[in-house]
Design a protein around this ligand. Sequence first.
Ligand code: RB5
Length: 144
Amino acid sequence: MKIAIGADHAGYSAKKEVICFLEGNGYSVTDVGAFSEESVDYPDIALKVADMVASHKDDRGILFCGTGIGVSITANKTPGIRAALCSSIVLAKLSRRHNDANILAIGARFHTVKEMISIIKVWLETPFDGGRHTNRINKIEKLT
Ligand code: RB5
């Protein structure tokens, strides 16, 4: 699976740790930045990850900012993107099972690295349930 990953300054350190985890577990990673803790605007990063996923250059995206809110709001402006801000394993699982979320947003200031990796692992490994949820996803697609 190919994953696009991005973070603003608030998520920079989390992103570094998560890239190590992903590459160590056989995932291919496209890192769109930020590449330091210097302040950047999260919409610039979120749009890059959203573009990589919407254009199918990568299969899924992971985004970090301080709260996860800014990057999720931004990513969801791109047609074809279903970005889910998940603060727990159960939400990560449901965002895949029910919403077929293709981008995971995480608030880096609210989790330990261990928690974030647990959330990410479940999110990457959980398939979409399909069935009645497909019709709902299709209705979302028609909005963009
Ligand atoms: C940056 O300070 C912060 O505003 C950003 O990381 C994010 O939390 C915005 O939603």
